[in-house]
Design a binder for this molecule. Sequence first.
Ligand code: MN
Length: 298
Amino acid sequence: MLAKMNEYYHEHLLPASPPGSVFIAKPPGCTITAYTSGKVLFQGKNHDAEAKKWGIPSEERPLTESKRHAYSPPANIHTMSIIGTDEVGTGDYFGPITVVAAYVAKEQIATLKELGVKDSKHLSDTQICSIAEKILPIVPYSLLILHNEKYNDIQQKGMSQGKMKALLHNQAINHLLKKIPDNNIDGILIDQFTLPETYFQHIKGKEQLWTGRVYFSTKAESVHLAVAAASIIARYSFVKQFDKLSEKAGFPLQKGAGPKVDEVAAKLLNQHGEKALYHFAKLHFANTEKAKKILQRK
Ligand code: MN
């Protein structure tokens, strides 16, 4: 029956299906996941109508699978050797986007904990930099920096930030896999920034060296230290780049995208002209227009 269903939903199949599944199809109002076990899950407002087409009685049909999804990490992931990925700078007007993939073997977890690796949201930039310098020599990682000239170029050509992130995460994973070919890797854990289906859509046709399991989780820094390490290294690199930019500007730039950022952007515009913003900032953010308005008022 799975083959028949696959054919029937042909036009609605997603390009990739998670481990343990045969396919995922999304006809209007329903998500259908077929598992290798033969189980088929119908979800969404039209689940009943779709399931009836296949004569599947409602009582045999699990309607919800709780909050977990097909890419949710297993409960014992903290005991595994994992490549974790995370990015920094996507919400900051000034500074680049930094993306890091980091490999943490299960034997390394205790050491990293001792060095202070944890969810970077609970750490100051000073703490992050000090921990990063301790773990950089011992954690295999790959770092990608998307500077703003390139960011603005591809953004103006119509690429979404989501797609940029997906491409960078995939690339960082590929680079890291080439660095550590002989390691035991139980899976990849991505700090979730979009739906897994959308992620795979974005990287469709790109080189994907990893053929094993890929897990997605929000707040993945607290799910496995590999993501916490990736996050710390990404933040560290962002801060270093940010400091360099401040030096170039001749005054301290401001992180984030709030009203203080508008003021600093206005100062930058005033002193260095509009071209400078292309180098320093993510131009399409609302801060650009706000900065221009501030200048006009003066
Ligand atoms: Mn993240």
